[in-house]
Design a protein around this ligand. Sequence first.
Ligand code: MLC
Ligand code: AMP
Length: 494
Amino acid sequence: MAGDLYSRFAQSFDRFSGKVLVEDGARSWTYGEIAREAGRLAARLQELGVTPGERVLVQTDKNVETLILYFATIRAGAIYLPLNVDYTESELDYFATDATPVLAVCRDISVDLFGRIGGGAMQVTTLAQLFADLPEAEAEPVPRAGDDVAAILYTSGTTGKPKGAMLTQDNLASNGEMLIDFWRFTPEDRLIHALPIFHVHGLFIAVHCVLFSGASMVFLPKFESARVIDLMASSTVLMGVPTFYIRLLGDPVFTQESAAHMRLFISGSAPLSADIHRAFEERCGHRVLERYGMTETGMLTSNPYDGERRAGYVGPPLPGVSLRIAEFETGRVLPQGEVGIVEVKGPNVFRGYWQMPEKTAAEFRPDGYFITGDMGLIDSDGYVQLVGREKDLIISGGLNVYPAEVEALLDDRPDVAEAAVIGVPHPDFGEAVVAVVQPAGPFDPEAVREALRKDLAAFKVPKAVLTMEALPRNTMGKIQKKLLRETYAGLFGG
Ligand code: MLC
Ligand code: AMP
């Protein structure tokens, strides 16, 4: 197995040197050009004191320079730490303080903010500054061991603060290598890249499938259905979250003809409803290939390329992934067909949470299986069906929101006696974040939403804040979130 991630990058950079790797609206870059820029940028990172194992924090817009920065960071042997551009100052301060990066690369408008956070210990720069007068001489790739950390991606938790998932060189290299075979990527492919590049899906899954196979991609700043439909005539693959497919179906311009040149539509990061799956096939003749993964593990299961792509199922475990269903409380492995917690093991499973050995230990079974927090079953054909989550988590448009984080901010307010944050069905985002509040006096829901915006990224801010005289509780005094979810299921039209 590849082991060292940059060696795997370099293999493609050399082999496909003259071929286009990426294009945006303005220009295209060949594999060779990207490799050369990554080599020069790695030299710049070294000039700035970035040494192997140091963290490079990145909060920039989606563009090709950021992609080169990712390659350069790996080439320099450092750890890439990408962050959602939506994060607020308090969220960023936590990440910077926890990860102690040596360098932060941010947008021009955030330079002052970055100077204030993380104890002021890191150097702060922008893409423009980094790329100005790059050294001519490229840095030599720094060799790394397979279990050295290549990237840290923060995921929140049901309790407490976000945790930095440490993904190793081999986690990323092995998952990418397996996927290009499984999904049949070739140098003839052209991927429509409309996902953000601060998550596993857009950064590792999409980019590595293209890079490892010698394919090319069109980098879009964000998903816009009209642009995506336009590009289908000259592209072959779209990778996205269910909201992409919902929005394509909402666009009457999208027809069988629009999709005639495409070979594959992949969906993941959130459940794709069987209805959307069927409606998509009816509209354009393609059966979406749904797969399942996590930040901590990369890709875990996938519907088959050739066999039956079953609506409402995430498919069998991918090659190299061991997946079992167990009883959550005891870890007892359950027989086929029974619903339990999904547990996984394989070369794709992360090394642990950054500086949180206890939290890491709590999420692995003694025999090394990682407890995903997802509930599911394996059917008689070996297909995995996810039926819910043990973890209290809302997935909105493919982005995770942990109710506990929003509830903590609400509960701190003097006008709130108690709050429960739930996910309710939403026609565009799949699930939407909703807060149900028991007020402690005069209460203005819009003012509350505005206040939350200061501390929370926009996607975490409840789309609705509702009030109740008293939150429903069970006999143990616990808030009955299930009942709340049922009560408000029709809030956004079901
Ligand atoms: C944006 N908003 C969202 C949102 N995205 N709200 C809830 N959920 C979301 N996902 C906010 C905006 O800030 C704005 O708020 C309002 O909602 C309307 O935004 P929009 O213009 O409609 O959103 P848009 O920019 O079009 O983005 C929607 C989206 C995007 C679905 C295209 O969120 C997206 O690309 N999601 C993909 C996320 C992803 O890559 N997940 C993979 C995680 S990895 P306001 O208040 O300003 O109006 C993983 C592992 C795996 O899960 O298995 O893949
Ligand atoms: P993240 O922490 O962003 O990596 O989110 C991972 C979670 O997304 C998983 O634990 C699942 O709950 C969910 N997820 C990913 N893919 C799918 C899918 N195809 N269907 C249902 N849930 C999914």
